[in-house]
Design a protein around this ligand. Structure first.
Ligand SMILES: *[C@@H]1O[C@H](CO)[C@@H](O)[C@H](O)[C@H]1NC(C)=O
Ligand SMILES: *[C@@H]1O[C@H](CO)[C@@H](O)[C@H](O)[C@H]1NC(C)=O
Ligand SMILES: *[C@@H]1O[C@H](CO)[C@@H](O)[C@H](O)[C@H]1NC(C)=O
Ligand SMILES: *[C@@H]1O[C@H](CO)[C@@H](O)[C@H](O)[C@H]1NC(C)=O
Ligand SMILES: *[C@@H]1O[C@H](CO)[C@@H](O)[C@H](O)[C@H]1NC(C)=O
Ligand SMILES: *[C@@H]1O[C@H](CO)[C@@H](O)[C@H](O)[C@H]1NC(C)=O
Length: 259
């Protein structure tokens, strides 16, 4: 018995070491398996788990916005504007990626995003709230004229008065946000040459998110990586509206790059 004890010890120690090696080995294997499963799930492919969630996210998304009520607009310019914060006006956002096209040749995917917003009753306010705010349409016209000569500016000022334009407007939250409101200046702008309106597209109503609801044009056409190529992540932008550089900047800063 006495002579056997060390052998037992060796056996136990050896077994332990073997187990440790096996554990390490399986841990390594697991981490490899885990990585490859994770990569395959992260990767955007028609069969991946993340794809369904990406295509039509099921997690609730909320869009919240605050508006400011100009409570002493009648006293302008004698009194300093007093702005009262209203909101948040809360909207449940539904987002879907549509017109999904797979490009197998370069591991990319092209799509558009369709978004819609439903007013949420937990908002601190209603869409019928009557809000007084800066007359953005007239203010833009005045801003456009900042480098004009004295007589042109005088002409614009008389024109604005003729159209009954004031420095403020009172509209409902619904009109200011999604429904938009009509304005004679917008009709006038439609008949002017684009050079006078700064190339702004003609519109019939003004609202911050007018025509954005149920629209595919808010975000534009996107082309992103699928993450299939080793070392790339899914969803990195390759092209936006078919362009690989943005028309708003120049040089290096305008490039759409994945880094
Ligand atoms: C905004 O201010 C105007 C003028 O003071 C007031 O009549 C109106 O009730 C205010 N709107 C809200 C939603 O509080
Ligand atoms: C709700 O709005 C009122 C002003 O209209 C403000 O006093 C109040 O703090 C707001 N409540 C929340 C929870 O934001
Ligand atoms: C894009 O998707 C929308 C909504 O699903 C559909 O109505 C439209 O026909 C599609 N356009 C193209 C070019 O596939
Ligand atoms: C990827 O391939 C598609 C289809 O051939 C092509 O339309 C797209 O421009 C390519 N994208 C890039 C970033 O090269
Ligand atoms: C957006 O459109 C949906 C469906 O047409 C409509 O139910 C919803 O009220 C609209 N949202 C807003 C803020 O107008
Ligand atoms: C909204 O508020 C303004 C300023 O207080 C007021 O002149 C206007 O009549 C109100 N509009 C409505 C629809 O209540």
């Amino acid at each position: 018995m006495r002579g056997r004890t060390p052998r037992w010890r060796w056996l136990v120690a050896g077994g332990g070491a073997l187990l440790a090696v096996a554990a390490l080995g399986s841990a390594l294997a697991w981490s490899l398996i885990f990585d490859s499963v994770l990569a395959s799930q992260m990767e955007l492919s028609p069969s991946s788990r993340s794809f369904k969630e990406w295509e039509a996210p099921s997690v609730p998304l909320y869009f919240e916005i605050f508006l400011y009520n100009w409570t002493n607009a009648a006293e302008f310019p004698e009194e300093k504007p007093n702005l009262v914060q209203l909101g948040p006006y809360r909207f449940r956002e539904h987002r879907r990626h549509v017109n999904v096209t797979w490009h197998k040749n370069n591991d990319s995917i092209a799509y558009r995003t369709l978004r819609s917003w439903i007013f949420d009753p937990t908002s601190n306010g209603t869409l019928q709230d009557n809000i007084t705010t800066l007359n953005v349409i007239a203010a833009s016209a005045v801003f456009r004229s900042r480098f004009w000569g004295f007589f042109q500016q005088k002409g614009l000022s008389m024109g604005l008065a003729m159209f009954g334009q004031k420095v403020s407007v009172s509209k409902t939250a619904r009109e200011l946000l999604f429904d938009g409101y009509e304005d004679p200046l917008l009709d006038l702008a439609k008949s002017l040459p684009p050079s006078t309106t700064g190339g702004a597209p003609p519109v019939d109503r003004f609202g911050w998110f007018y025509e954005r609801n149920n629209s595919m044009d808010t975000e534009g056409h996107m082309e992103v990586t699928t993450g299939k190529t080793r070392g790339t992540l899914p969803g990195q932008i390759l092209r936006w509206n078919y362009l690989d550089r943005l028309p708003y900047y120049e040089g290096e800063c305008s490039k759409v790059r994945q880094e």
